[in-house]
Design a protein around this ligand. Structure first.
Ligand code: SF4
Ligand code: F3S
Ligand code: FES
Length: 238
């Protein structure tokens, strides 16, 4: 089938303003949007810049705005859309570098600020730190996060209401450690999220949940973090 791609272009080394360029690709219904972009780059226009690595929904590097919604180009198939016209743009919120590539430094700076690693005051055991299956269940959903930024780039708060809001991706990662039975810093983690730039910045818009390519219940994870903060406050531990 013939698919029409309107692709955002901007090369800061030569363009004064961004513009859109049209391409036509012969694609099969089961082709991924990433396959189509590669066809464009390999057969029509090698100057088109975009990121990808695993091509299997694992690395999280090919988040793009496809027909207005953030998604992984390697996960979306041509047949997932009711049209053969595709508008391809870089994800918003982050500074544009070139064409479809944005600067992810601000995203990973926030990511590192929530300390995305296990912290335990317990002495290291001789073997691994044991976690029971029912304890693992607490973080089963948020552990799937691949840090693709589809959620953060879709959240109206991050898009302008409060650009200092740490965003859903960081809160999902925080949830994953707050409720990890082996981590002993739940209170410290909740203290650092108890602000309007932290967990309270979320206005429950649900866009994050709608776009998450790993089907994580993002809004409910954030709500769970808020509930834990309230619980600690009531217990005067916060
Ligand atoms: Fe991506 Fe989902 Fe993780 Fe957000 S929560 S960064 S959308 S995988
Ligand atoms: Fe934004 Fe998701 Fe909360 S879209 S406001 S982080 S529910
Ligand atoms: Fe790795 Fe799409 S290329 S998630």
């Amino acid at each position: 089938m013939r698919c029409n791609f309107k692709v955002f272009r901007f090369d800061p080394s030569k363009d004064k303003e961004p513009y859109y360029r049209n391409y036509t690709v012969e694609a099969q219904p089961g082709d991924r949007i990433l396959d189509c972009l590669n066809t464009i780059r390999w057969e029509q226009d090698p100057s088109l810049a975009f990121r990808w690595s695993c091509a299997h929904g694992v690395c999280g590097s090919d988040a793009l705005k496809i027909n207005g919604a953030s998604a992984l180009a390697c996960q979306k198939l041509v047949k997932n859309y009711t049209t053969t016209d595709f508008l391809i743009e870089p994800i918003p919120v982050f500074p544009l570098l070139k064409d479809l590539i944005v600067d992810m430094e601000p995203f990973f700076k926030i990511y590192h600020s929530i300390k995305p690693y296990l912290i335990s005051q317990e002495p290291p055991p001789e073997t691994e730190r044991i976690q029971k299956p029912e304890e693992r269940k607490m973080i089963e959903d948020t552990i799937k996060c691949i840090s693709c930024a589809c959620c953060t780039s879709s959240c109206p708060v991050n898009l302008g209401e409060n650009t200092d809001y740490i965003g859903p991706a960081a809160l999902v990662k925080a949830h994953r450690y707050i409720f990890d039975s082996r981590d002993t810093t739940m209170i410290d983690r909740c203290v650092s999220l108890n602000s309007y730039d932290g967990a309270w910045g979320c206005k429950t818009y649900f866009y994050c949940t709608d776009v998450c390519p790993k089907s994580i219940k993002v809004t409910s994870a954030i709500t769970r973090v808020k509930q834990e903060i309230v619980k600690l406050k009531r217990a005067k531990q916060l």
